[in-house]
Design a protein around this ligand. Structure first.
Ligand code: PSU
Ligand code: MN
Length: 314
């Protein structure tokens, strides 16, 4: 029998697990972590709240327990209630965008913070959650040779013993450089039923994905090999957006070019860049990119839940 992949985390006054999540972890049932930056900063209102709820429903439909993570009132909440999701999605308070570096500050100051991929991975690891679903990971920004803007996501993906399920690297980034960086960090990047690296809103990037898997069981077997061998660290699973929901490459490329010009004019830098580009592309494409973002998020939630189930049933 395979060992259960999850465990109950040690008690800690900064961690608050929903009862459903801690029960599932204690009895070795599948749990999927979900991030909150896409709710607070990645999607427009009211789609943000709808999608947050839909992602949880997708996870449940596959027989796993969702654990959406954010920082509220001085605690890391692992498994937000529906009222908490609604608060984060609709609040008029400022919401911090917490990568790993922002977590302790938000805890100490008891501020409301949404967690990025890196922030969510760090928190999910504290709770011994093994699978996480997001949209597109952060990566090496275009022009990073000058700006040094390389997402903290890439570092955390290498450390946290978690399978991250995404639709590839956000296509606003430098994809070849991000792939290089993922190799540097020792992160296996696995294409789901594809040899081509998915590109977020679009199915393909023209780049080869280093590894390929066909089924949730195949992915679970790779994760088990990495962890039970003692190698540790994270894995990145990339699912192409469903064909009917993908944006035509040229529509995306035109919108991105315009959004980049606008971002340069607005002199944005750091954490503000990604939310700005996503919102600008949404406006420039009349919401087509938002619909694509929703579709890929739901697909990733489904796949993540299947992987979580496969990890437990082996
Ligand atoms: N996926 C989405 N929408 C998002 C994000 C991912 O579909 O908004 C968020 C994630 O939280 C990711 C962040 O960590 O964008 C990347 O931000 P940055 O480039 O500043 O590291
Ligand atoms: Mn950045």
């Amino acid at each position: 029998m395979p060992q259960p992949m999850s465990d109950v985390p040690p008690a800690n006054k900064y961690l608050r697990l929903a009862a459903e999540v801690s029960d599932a972890l204690a009895s070795g049932r599948p749990v999927v972590a979900l991030e909150s930056t896409l709710i607070a900063h990645g999607l427009p209102r009211p789609t943000n709240l709808t999608v947050a709820r839909e992602m949880e429903a997708r996870v449940r439909a596959e027989g796993a327990v969702p654990a959406t993570i954010a920082l509220l009132d001085g605690q890391i909440v692992i498994g937000m209630s529906d009222a908490e999701l609604e608060r984060l999605a609709t609040t008029s308070e400022p919401v911090a965008k917490a990568s790993r570096r922002g977590l302790a500050v938000a805890l100490a100051q008891r501020s409301l913070a949404a967690t990025t991929v890196s922030g969510t991975l760090a928190c999910a690891a504290l709770a011994s959650i093994r699978v996480f679903a997001t949209g597109g990971i952060g990566g090496v920004h275009r022009g990073a040779a000058q700006t040094f803007d390389i997402s903290a996501d890439l570092i955390e993906l290498g450390h946290a013993p978690i399978v991250t399920v995404c639709a590839g690297i956000k296509a606003i980034l430098d994809l070849p450089l991000t792939l290089e960086y993922l190799e540097t960090q020792g992160i296996p990047v696995i294409g789901v039923q594809t040899d081509e690296l998915p590109a977020f809103y679009c199915r393909g990037s023209g780049l080869r994905v280093p590894f390929r898997a066909e089924t949730p069981a195949d992915i679970a077997a790779i994760a088990r090999a990495q962890w039970q061998s003692g190698l540790g660290g994270g894995l990145l699973v990339t699912c192409p957006i469903p064909a009917g929901d993908a944006m035509p490459d040229s529509v995306f490329a035109d919108a991105l070019a315009q959004a980049e010009r606008d971002a340069a004019e607005a002199r944005l830098s750091g954490p503000a860049i990604t939310p700005y580009l996503l919102a600008r592309i949404g406006a420039l494409t009349d919401g087509t990119s938002i619909a694509a973002n929703r579709a890929l998020l739901l697909n990733n939630a489904t796949w993540a839940a299947r992987v979580a189930v496969a990890l437990q049933t082996g």
